[in-house]
Design a binder for this molecule. Structure first.
Ligand code: ZN
Length: 223
């Protein structure tokens, strides 16, 4: 896939029917209100889905970037389980430069969400003005959100998302495909929405366990 021109990037952002099927298989449920694919695996499969800032049912939806790739999701869950968010909150409290950069990441998130709202024809969503996600601008509450943002924005925008991506390099890196065996590719794609929104959209279930992979060994095999 040629990604070096603005037109090619625009084409790559558009979710195809196949992208939507892959997303539903990655998540084990149908996806709704996905308007863009902001980050892809080197093989082309989605890594992150962008949800419209206002859902089709009218609900304002602040959490734009949703990490969908099970290998990355599990790796980030391992970081959370290991207490990395506590360390990051301590870093934020003690490092004014980092705190400022994190606040800038929050502003970048809001600007990117506004741009997605414009491109998807949804326009402004005043109910969520100034509200980003993942604990930004002053706390770290969900690493999946920060990693999703970093993957969508590229390095240098979200310092703590970038840090988390470095910290999972044992399990996942941007330059390699980890898709083989990472989700069930047999049978029908999930067509009934059983769980609505996942942990990144609902703060009360943020602490759910990492998804269990259907086959084992793929991520570890690359070590
Ligand atoms: Zn891949």
């Amino acid at each position: 896939m040629e990604l070096n021109t603005a037109a090619a990037r625009d084409a790559s952002r558009q979710p195809s029917a196949r992208d939507l099927e892959v997303l539903s298989r990655q998540l084990g449920r149908p996806v709704r209100d996905v308007v863009e694919i902001p980050a892809r695996c080197v093989c082309g499969n989605p890594l992150v889905a962008a949800t419209a800032p206002r859902l089709a049912n009218g609900t304002p939806f602040p959490t734009t970037y949703y990490l969908t790739h099970p290998v990355i999701t599990s790796a980030v869950s391992r970081l959370e389980a290991a207490g990395v968010m506590t360390e990051m909150n301590e870093q934020l409290a003690g490092n004014i430069e980092l705190a400022n950069a994190y606040r800038s990441a929050h502003e970048a998130y809001l600007a990117a969400r506004a741009a997605i709202g414009e491109r998807s024809g949804i326009g402004a969503v005043p109910e969520i003005d100034g509200i980003s996600a993942g604990g930004m601008p002053t706390r770290v509450k969900c690493l999946h959100v920060l990693v999703g943002h970093s993957l969508a924005a590229g390095p240098g925008v979200n310092p703590l998302g970038d840090q988390a991506i470095s910290a999972i390099s044992e399990w996942w890196t941007t330059d390699r495909c980890y898709c083989e065996g990472a989700w069930d590719t047999t049978g029908e794609a999930p067509a009934r929405d059983l769980s609505r929104h996942g942990p990144q959209g609902l703060p009360d279930i943020v602490g759910r366990p990492a998804p269990v992979r259907k086959t084992s060994g793929t991520a570890e095999a690359g070590k």
